[in-house]
Design a protein around this ligand. Structure first.
Ligand SMILES: *Cc1c(COP(=O)(O)O)cnc(C)c1O
Length: 438
């Protein structure tokens, strides 16, 4: 077959050398496991630069990027309005450990964009956000246990690393060593999209459950949307049982809609957690929700939560620029929907022409191409995917200068910077790559 895009030779020598060096000083050579390409095989690329829809590695190769730093880059890499905001902020210094005006403006803006959020506390990562939201829920309700769903990922706090998704799932360690039995005992696991499994746990743990935490649109076992009925019943159950519903919007917040998964599904959380887009590419997380619950947090209440660099002026300037842009450009989500639908249709057309029936799940600009022919609605159906085949596909795409997530159970992210040309190249490369792996 004539291949239009295949790079027969791609020099990645410098990346290889750096990876060897990195492994001497950093566990596994990376600061976050999924970057190491373990589940797809081969050596990771070291990235030097990002610009719009493209990333450039240290050997000078150029790729169309669908990772977008795992979600934050909804406008593509290094958009000028975020860069300028950062340059302006840096003139005044990097950190004060004292209140700044920008924190107030950012918090106010978040409450405007997400209707269920009345008050918000800034942190430095998604992990801190979910961890702190659970502490707030426990402090507020005076109860200890939480329910999470198999395959959902909520960062790496001990009590979340039980049947977790994302890198934990990819590396086959969904329940991590180092998590104590006591810690694990307070985390109960339900099946996603299965309300009976939640009801059973609540019945067996009557008046002991502080919170239910969920990715209402999951990204971390690949993209899976909660059924309308399931999420509504979950909301009702939480109200009846006085359980705090925490919707983890670290990935979906400002991604699937300006009001996140809650807007798409028409449901309101008691507490929401944010990260990724909220920081405009800098390390930011946040948790927020009903005023009555949030006021349990110190110094207005007794539940301790703090951070030396929380609300940091550089991080806030990038985050505020990103969120302001979102507020001022409501059409952004239509544009993302159009681009993402175009990509989805293209891949589906390829599958049809190749007489393959793999599953594509997409919500807005989050998409997962599962290498299974069955419908994917929960953990058990997601893990039917052929991860070995995904690895082969990943490398065929990489050889065509398309950078996909180096793991099956993750989302592709489409940004406003992806051009029609980018998408067409991706669709044609998808066809060639699928042909090459069978
Ligand atoms: C990425 C993610 C987290 C963790 O955020 P970090 O900033 O990596 O700590 C938590 N929950 C969800 C849904 C995520 O996608």
């Amino acid at each position: 077959m004539q291949s239009k895009y295949l790079k027969y030779t791609m020099n990645i020598e410098k990346s290889k050398q750096l990876f060897e060096e990195a492994k001497k000083y950093i566990p596994g050579g990376v600061n976050s496991p999924v970057r190491a390409f373990k589940s797809v095989g081969g050596d990771p690329l070291f990235i030097k630069k990002g610009d719009g829809s493209k990333i450039y590695d240290v050997d000078g190769n150029e790729f169309i990027d669908y990772v977008g730093s795992w979600g934050p880059h909804i406008f593509g890499h290094n958009p000028s309005f975020i860069k300028n905001a950062l340059l302006n902020a840096i003139e005044n210094g990097t950190s004060f450990g004292a209140p700044t005006e920008l924190e107030v403006k950012t918090a106010k803006l978040i409450t405007e964009l997400v209707p269920s959020v009345e008050m918000v506390r800034m942190v430095n990562s998604g992990t801190e956000a979910t961890m702190s939201a659970v502490r707030a829920a426990r402090g507020y309700t005076g109860k200890d246990k939480i329910i999470k769903f198999e395959g959902c990922y909520h960062g790496h706090a001990d009590f979340f690393l039980i049947k977790a998704g994302s890198g934990a799932l990819t590396l086959g360690i969904p329940t991590s060593p180092g998590v104590t039995k006591n810690n694990a005992a307070d985390t109960l696991i339900s099946d996603f999209n299965n309300i009976e499994s939640v009801k059973n746990l609540i019945k067996a743990n009557k008046n002991e459950i502080a919170a239910i935490i969920i990715e209402a649109i999951v990204g971390n076992m690949g993209v899976i949307k909660a059924d309308d009925r399931f999420i509504k019943e979950l909301r009702t159950l939480c109200d009846e049982e006085k359980i705090i519903l925490i919707i983890d919007e670290v990935m979906t917040g400002f991604r699937v809609a300006k009001g996140g998964a809650q807007e798409v599904l028409g449901v309101k959380a008691d507490l929401s957690t944010f990260g990724k887009i909220i920081g405009g590419g800098l390390p930011v997380g946040a948790f927020g929700g009903k005023k009555e619950i949030m006021e349990i947090i110190a110094p207005s209440g007794p539940v301790y939560q703090a951070g030396t660099l929380s609300g940091n002026p550089l991080a806030m300037s990038a985050g505020y620029a990103a969120l302001s842009y979102i507020k001022d450009h409501p059409n952004l989500y239509n544009e993302l929907e159009e681009k993402s639908a175009y990509l989805e249709e293209g891949i589906k057309e390829n599958l049809k022409n190749l007489k393959r029936k793999f599953t594509l799940n997409r919500v807005g600009s989050m998409l997962t191409f599962f290498f299974t022919e069955e419908e994917v609605t929960d953990f058990n159906s997601a893990v039917k995917s052929d991860t070995r085949l995904y690895g082969k596909y990943f490398h065929e795409m990489l050889k065509r200068e398309i950078y996909l997530p180096p793991a099956q159970f993750e989302a592709f992210f489409i940004s406003t910077a992806h051009s029609k040309g980018d998408l067409d190249k991706t669709i044609e490369s998808n066809f060639e790559s699928l042909k090459a792996i069978f």
